[in-house]
Write a protein that binds this ligand. Structure first.
Ligand SMILES: C[S@@+](CC[C@H](N)C(=O)[O-])C[C@H]1O[C@@H](n2cnc3c(N)ncnc32)[C@H](O)[C@@H]1O
Length: 221
């Protein structure tokens, strides 16, 4: 596990700094603000508006602090759905690290539950919500036999971890997208847009969260 330090971002919420990569887990302009905007509003809420299904299967690349997972499982719209949330993480955080984060004041029981649940098996989080925390790398992952409706692509930035953004990794990730399924990410690089287009997705460039010009939503039709 590389050294990580807790940092305070501009909206008052914590994030982590990976000292080895000199890369933060979230935007310094606001961790909760960014997750809420990119993954929840432009991803999860948008999917709920576009689809009337009762079943939702999510893939997350980079569980990290579990901020996205926590925001997802507590969203009111999600309480009416059966949710399967499959998250990949190379470096599960030590207890003392996630316990020092300040996100969960609104619902610390849920945050603690998400972190305390065992890895590498399906675990129930809410009455209709199930979480699988896969410990390992995206590169080595044998993709589960699931159709994903929503992908939270939340790897470290391409200039810090280019091996997470190769065509092969994107292909592996979007291969199991369901029809109408979508990938959302804070990244808006031209190469990423071209690769997602080449993989057959309709790429939408959306305004980014505060501090970022753009983000991407890519939809499979
Ligand atoms: C931007 S952070 C994710 C933030 C997270 N979604 C959250 O809500 O806190 C990127 C995450 O990817 C993880 N990671 C790094 N290399 C990886 C790999 N090869 N496969 C899977 N996860 C990886 C890092 O440990 C880190 O937790």
């Amino acid at each position: 596990m590389p050294e990580v330090r807790v940092i305070l971002t501009a909206d008052g919420s914590h994030s982590l700094l990976n000292a080895e990569l000199d890369e933060t887990y979230h935007s310094r302009h606001g961790a909760v603000q960014e997750s809420d905007y990119v993954f929840i509003n432009q991803g999860l809420r948008y999917w709920c508006q576009q689809n009337q299904h009762r079943e939702l299967t999510i893939l997350e690349v980079g569980l990290g602090t579990a901020l996205n997972a926590w925001l997802t499982f507590r969203l009111p719209e999600v309480q009416f759905l059966n949710v399967h949330y499959y998250a990949i993480e190379k470096f599960p955080l030590p207890n003392q690290v996630w316990q020092s984060l300040n996100y969960a004041e609104a619902d610390s029981a849920l945050f603690e539950k998400i972190h305390a649940l065992p890895w590498n098996s399906w675990q129930q989080v809410t009455p209709g919500g199930w979480l699988y925390k896969h410990e390992g790398t995206l590169q080595a992952l044998q993709m589960p036999d699931l159709k994903f409706d929503l992908i939270y692509y939340d790897a470290f930035a391409p200039n810090k971890q280019p091996d997470m953004w190769t065509y092969a990794m994107l292909e592996k990730t979007v291969r199991n997208l369901s029809s109408g399924g979508m990938l959302v990410t804070y990244c808006a690089k031209g190469q990423l847009k071209r690769d997602l287009k080449a993989l057959g997705l309709a790429v939408q460039s959306l305004p980014g969260p505060p501090g970022k010009r753009e983000m991407i939503r890519a939809v499979k039709h």
